[in-house]
Design a protein around this ligand. Structure first.
Ligand SMILES: Nc1ncnc2c1ncn2[C@@H]1O[C@H](COP(=O)(O)OP(=O)(O)O)[C@@H](O)[C@H]1O
Ligand SMILES: [Mg+2]
Length: 381
């Protein structure tokens, strides 16, 4: 069932959308490779749906072009584009059974013998047993799979999904994420998936475009975005980052040495997106799970060559698989540290003096002229 032609890629060139004086999407260049699972990730109102609707032809771009493979579809109405959309509200036909809901697109095109195609499609979404049920007899996740089957049966080159799992509870959503990923892998069609849920985007997509206020802030593979954020927004919106204000001291080989709160921190120059002239300000970033905690009494046992910062435990939350610490330090208030619960040190309780240390290779550097808290409020919504 895998498609082999190269016409399923999506190319947006200078595409933008303004409503009066408000710009919902700033001129955007984006290429979604054929057969990829691509996610547009961002907080509510950042322009994801508008971008998706411009691809579908449901919204006319203010500037720019939309190409699907070799074809410029900018002027084409939605029904002439080889694209289908799945929305959060799946809007199945309540009076038709599941089979007929899926068959609908074929019947509308006058295709008489639909049985084989519909059965194959129900098989794909693992609803073969449910063919004769009505939508209200299915769970939310099953109904959403019917919506996906109903869209895929038209053989679109590209499937657009706008927060398709938004109405499902967390556990079902996690199941459906894996399920959609499997379906995409099986059919090989380009999926463009819109979500505000960073875990969802990272679980499902090959490539994630992080959007903020009508712009793509950064685009890349999930691990790349997570390990090498280029902006404070991406660092904070995708998971949690500790950002420490520091000053460039010297260079040492491929590393930059920075001063922070009287101590020194080392950062690979290749992982720094800020200017690195001596005296310049840099935000030094490190993820909470990259940091180890050692009680101050044992500080002598910490290996050489690690970045280290002293502090005091302000709070510790045991959450089973790990313990999440909040640590006040002269370099930064409220550093987050996640420690796997393997061998627990009973001394690591609130009030304890500790040393935080990590491999400098896990450090990243960001331009200090940015808002250090960008992306934090958005994630809490
Ligand atoms: N038809 C419209 N008229 C005016 N403003 C709109 C219209 N559609 C969307 N917007 C605005 O454009 C911005 C982006 O909207 P949208 O693309 O729906 O965001 P998202 O899907 O990321 O939540 C929002 O501020 C929204 O209020
Ligand atoms: Mg939306």
């Amino acid at each position: 069932m895998k498609t082999t032609d190269s016409s399923g890629d999506v190319r947006l060139s200078g595409i933008s959308k303004t409503y009066g004086s408000f710009t919902a999407v700033h001129p955007l260049d984006l290429t979604v490779p054929q057969g990829s699972f691509f996610a547009l990730l961002g907080a509510s109102g950042c322009g994801k749906t508008t971008t998706l609707r411009m691809i579908a032809g449901l919204e006319e771009p203010t500037t720019g072009t939309v190409r699907l493979g070799d074809q410029d579809v900018t002027a084409l109405p939605p029904y002439k584009r080889p694209v289908n959309t799945v929305f959060q509200s799946y809007a199945l036909f309540p009076h038709l059974d599941i089979f007929e809901n899926v068959a609908f697109g074929l019947r509308r095109r006058g295709i008489k013998s639909v049985k084989k195609q519909v059965e194959d499609m129900l098989e794909l979404v693992q609803l073969g047993e449910q063919a004769r049920k009505k939508p209200h007899q299915l769970s939310g996740g099953q109904q959403q799979r019917v919506a996906v089957a109903r869209a895929l049966i038209n053989h679109p080159k590209v499937l657009l999904l706008d927060e398709p799992l938004g109405a499902l509870d967390l556990k079902l959503r996690r199941q459906m994420q894996l399920e959609l990923k499997r379906i995409q892998t099986e059919v090989g069609i380009t999926f463009v998936h819109v979500t505000h849920d960073q875990e969802e985007a990272m679980t499902m997509a090959d490539t994630v475009a992080v959007m903020n206020a009508g712009r793509v802030e950064q685009l890349g593979a999930p691990t790349d975005l997570y390990e090498n954020p280029q902006t404070t927004f991406v660092a904070n919106f995708l998971g949690t980052s500790n950002l420490i204000e520091a000053e460039v001291d010297t260079k040492s080989g491929d590393d930059i040495v920075l001063k922070a709160g009287g101590g020194k921190l080392v950062l690979p120059e290749a992982r720094c997106s800020a200017p690195t002239t001596a005296g310049g300000r840099v935000l030094v970033g490190v993820r909470p799970e990259k940091i180890s905690l050692t009680h101050a009494d044992d500080a002598g046992e910490i290996p050489e060559g690690r970045n280290r910062v002293t502090g005091r435990i302000a709070d510790a939350s045991f959450i089973g698989v790990s313990t999440q610490y909040v640590i006040d330090s002269p370099v930064c208030d409220e550093l987050a540290v996640y420690v796997q619960n393997v061998e627990r040190d009973g001394r690591l309780v609130p009030g304890a003096e500790v040393v935080l240390h990590w491999n400098p290779a896990h450090t990243f550097g960001l331009d200090a002229t940015q808002d250090i808290d960008a992306g934090i409020e958005e994630e809490a919504v």
